[in-house]
Design a protein around this ligand. Structure first.
Ligand code: SF4
Length: 216
């Protein structure tokens, strides 16, 4: 982005945050969890699966597997069966099982708090790591870009990219660091409730007057 464009984008980002903060005041993930490791499991399970379905499965799962050690010592086949109603359950179980073992062996059974350590775990890329850092530890290290963040940021003109890593960089350049975690929450909820993929509800949208896509 050129200097002028950057300034305009920064001003717009601040306005977007101000308005969406009023609408969605409490930054909270829709996934249920009590510990950082439960959040890691839920986030891995949530790829291509609704949060509601993940919560349904983890309600029983977290009663059976109470600690990271329980996941590490479980048989992979049993874990696969226990999450078999989730899309791509075989691969997700493998990643959860392998991550649990690494966390027990290398990180004294604690989910690490740095991006580099988190993305060294199987099944954990930047999006998942950002979610864990923000929602489990309150750390603003980057911006988690999911399908809603991608679509709404693009429509608002906060990015011209479609690749999540580039979108994250664009957003980090215009959004104040203290709102990096919040912006994910705001854009996900706004994407679900108003700026939907197929039929965005422009006329009900609090961002209507500052959105370049209000006529799409
Ligand atoms: S005006 Fe329309 S396209 Fe723009 S953010 Fe609102 S719902 Fe989405």
């Amino acid at each position: 982005m050129r200097g002028d464009d950057m300034l305009v984008a920064k001003e717009k980002a601040v306005e977007v945050i101000k308005r969406l903060k009023k609408l969605y005041p409490e930054p909270k993930t829709a996934l249920n969890f009590k510990t950082p490791f439960e959040l890691l499991v839920s986030t891995i399970l949530s790829a291509q699966t609704t949060d509601a379905h993940v919560n349904k499965v983890t309600a029983g799962l977290f009663k059976k597997y109470k600690s990271v050690g329980d996941f590490a010592t479980a048989s992979l086949e049993t874990l696969q069966q226990d999450i078999s109603s989730i899309n791509f359950y075989r691969n997700k179980a493998k990643n959860i099982h392998a991550s649990a073992k690494i966390i027990v062996e290398r990180f004294a059974s604690k989910v690490p708090k740095t991006m580099d350590e988190l993305i060294s775990l199987p099944g954990v890329a930047r999006k998942t790591a950002n979610i864990i850092l923000f929602y489990a530890y309150g750390i603003n290290e980057g911006i988690a870009v999911d399908t809603h963040v991608r679509r709404v940021a693009y429509r608002l003109g906060l990015t011209k990219n479609e690749d999540p890593v580039k979108i994250e960089k664009d957003l980090m350049a215009v959004i104040p660091r203290e709102d990096w975690g919040n912006i994910t929450h705001f854009l996900i909820f706004h994407g679900r409730n108003t700026c939907q993929a197929k039929k965005p509800r422009h006329s009900e949208c609090v961002l209507y007057d500052i959105c370049p896509s209000r006529n799409i």
